[in-house]
Design a protein around this ligand. Sequence first.
Ligand SMILES: Nc1ncnc2c1ncn2[C@@H]1O[C@H](COP(=O)(O)OP(=O)(O)OP(=O)(O)O)[C@@H](O)[C@H]1O
Ligand SMILES: [Mg+2]
Length: 320
Amino acid sequence: MAAIETDDLRKRYGDLRALKGVSLEVDEGEFFGLLGPNGAGKTTFINILVGLVRKSGGEARVFGYDVEDDYEEARDAIGLAPQEFNVDRFFPIEEVLVHKAGYHGVPKDVAKERAEEALRTVGIYDKRDTRFHWLSGGMKRRFMLARAMVTEPDLLILDEPTAGVDVQLRHDLWDIIKRMNEEGTTVLLTTHYIEEAERLCDRVAILDEGEVVEVSTPDELMGRGKDTVRVKLSKDIEEPPATLDGDYETRVEDGELVVETRNAGGTLAEVLRELDRAGHEVVDIEMSRTSLEEIFVDMTRSHEDVTRTQTTGDGQGDGA
Ligand SMILES: Nc1ncnc2c1ncn2[C@@H]1O[C@H](COP(=O)(O)OP(=O)(O)OP(=O)(O)O)[C@@H](O)[C@H]1O
Ligand SMILES: [Mg+2]
C-alpha cells in the first residue's frame, strides 16, 4: 500500500491556484523528496495531508486513509516537523512532547519515556526543562524533529527541517532521519538544499507553480547533466585536434581544450590517447560535472517560461 497517494489534488486560495492537479504516490518505506522554488506549493501539499488546509479538489490518502473522511487515522500516522515553528512558548519542552504523545493516545508513563528518548536522540536532553522560546535556532530545529518523532509515526513529514542550521547540525539531523527511514519510517522531505535531497532521497518530485514537473531518482536527474573536462597542454592550441571525433563535443577556450561528454570516465582515456598520438603534452586536467542543483534550476526555470506563455494564451484557466 502507498504511504501517500494523491490524485489530481487541487488547492485554490482565491484566484491563486496553489496546486493545479498533483498526482503523486510515495511508497511505504520510501525516502521521498519534494523540491521546488518558493511558492511552488510544497507546504500547501503537506498541510492538506495533515489536515491544516482543506483541498479544493482531487483526492489525498495516507496509508489508505482519506485525509478528510478518515482524518484521525490519517493524522495519527503522521509526525510533522513544520516549516514554521508553532510550539507553545510557555511549557518546558519535555512537557510539550509528553502532551503531544498523550494527544495521540500514548499512555502517560510511556509518553514520558518517549519524550526523554526523543530529546536524547536529537541531543537536547539537557535543555528538557527550558521553554521552546529560549532555545537557540538550531536547538529549535532539533526540537521540531523530536516532536515529529515522539509519536513514533509511520510517516515522517519534514518541511525544510534543516533550514538555517549549520553544517555540523545538518549532518547530525541527516543521520537521525536516515536511521529512522532505515528502521522503516516513510519520509517526505522538502528542502532547498539540493545536496540534502541528493544524499537522502530515493526519489524526488519537482514541483513548480503547483504542478509536478518531474518525478525521478536523484541519480537519474544527475545523469541528464554533462561532464566537462578541461585539458591544459604544454602549448596553447587554437582549434581542437581533428582526430578527436568521438561521441563528445570539443572546443578551445583560452588555449585549453574543453571536452563536453555524458561520460567523462569513458571519454577521458580516449581523448588522452588521441592527444598523445598527435604529439601534444598534457600539463593539467580538470573535470566537473553538472550538479543536481544546476539541473534543478534549469528545469524549474524553463517550466516557468512555458507556463507564462500558456497563461497569456488562454487567460485565467479554471483549475479547481
Ligand atoms: N493561507 C494562504 N492564503 C493565501 N495564499 C496562500 C496561503 N498559503 C499559501 N499561499 C500561496 O500558495 C502558494 C504556495 O505556497 P506554499 O507555502 O505551498 O509554497 P512552498 O512551495 O512551500 O514555498 P516555500 O519554498 O517558500 O516554503 C504561494 O503563492 C503562497 O503565497
Ligand atoms: Mg514551504
